[in-house]
Design a protein around this ligand. Structure first.
Ligand code: FES
Length: 234
């Protein structure tokens, strides 16, 4: 059976039971710079499809507790999870940066602001100087750590450098910002929209779980200012 994440209309993600769920924790230095990933807690295996909160309001995160169907306050509305993102690559928001040994494909609208690309000398700079000793490797590392898949580096033959990722969902723990991040969907899992159409399969992608993205179903870094996402998962 195909491993799949099914987006339900104005409701949670319905996840195939054979997709593992873990915490993906950002390892930082003393300045809070994102350095690498560490796997934390592994959640119990499920016998049936399970439902992960997409609205950010659940009291039982990361799982859905039905709060999406309730108004959150006197003036509040029920969760509106309307999908607006392109199902394939959005060429309008893609920039290409050519360097001597590498090319960077930058799909800015997918950014989840996890900040691995900010590690000096920053990926844009590293690509521009990819013929300098060590800089090519830095550019490759920073793109492979980019959970959202915003950043991809390719060689001059057009081959992408991609990390080997097992198929699983990582609950991103943004340690420097002290908040929960998106769902990191790893290893090319199928994501199906509420209308039954599939999104482009990617090795790395991040799905919104704060309920406030302007690029649903993808993360747009809104979790960093969302009250729903303060603190880390237990
Ligand atoms: S999607 Fe159901 S509680 Fe958030």
């Amino acid at each position: 059976m195909v491993k799949k994440i099914k987006i339900t209309e104005n409701g949670p993600y319905e996840v195939s039971p054979d997709i593992p769920l873990v915490q993906s924790i950002i390892v930082i230095d003393e300045q809070g710079t994102s350095l690498s990933w560490r796997t934390g807690k592994k959640y119990p295996e499920q016998a049936k499809p399970y439902h992960l909160c997409r609205c950010g309001r659940s009291e039982n995160k990361p799982y859905c507790d039905g709060s999406h169907a309730k108004a959150a306050g006197p003036m509040a509305k029920k969760f509106d999870g309307t999908e607006v993102a392109a199902h394939d690559r959005d060429e309008l928001n893609t920039r290409i940066y050519e360097g001597p040994e590498l090319t960077l494909i930058d799909e800015e609208n997918l950014c989840a602001s996890l900040r691995f690309c900010d590690r000096a000398p920053r990926i844009w700079n590293a690509v521009q100087h990819s013929d300098k000793e060590g800089w090519k490797q830095i550019a490759i590392e920073e793109s492979c750590d980019c959970a959202s898949g915003r950043l991809t580096v390719i060689d001059k033959e057009g081959n992408a450098y991609e990390p080997k990722l097992d198929q699983e969902i990582g609950l991103v723990q943004d340690t420097a910002a002290e908040c929960r991040g998106p769902l990191w969907v790893k290893g090319g899992i199928t994501v199906e929209g509420a209308d039954g159409r599939q999104y482009k399969i990617r090795n790395r992608m991040t799905l919104c779980r704060c309920g406030e993205s302007k690029n649903m179903p993808f993360c747009d870094a809104s979790h960093r200012v969302s009250r729903n996402m303060r603190g880390l998962d237990e």
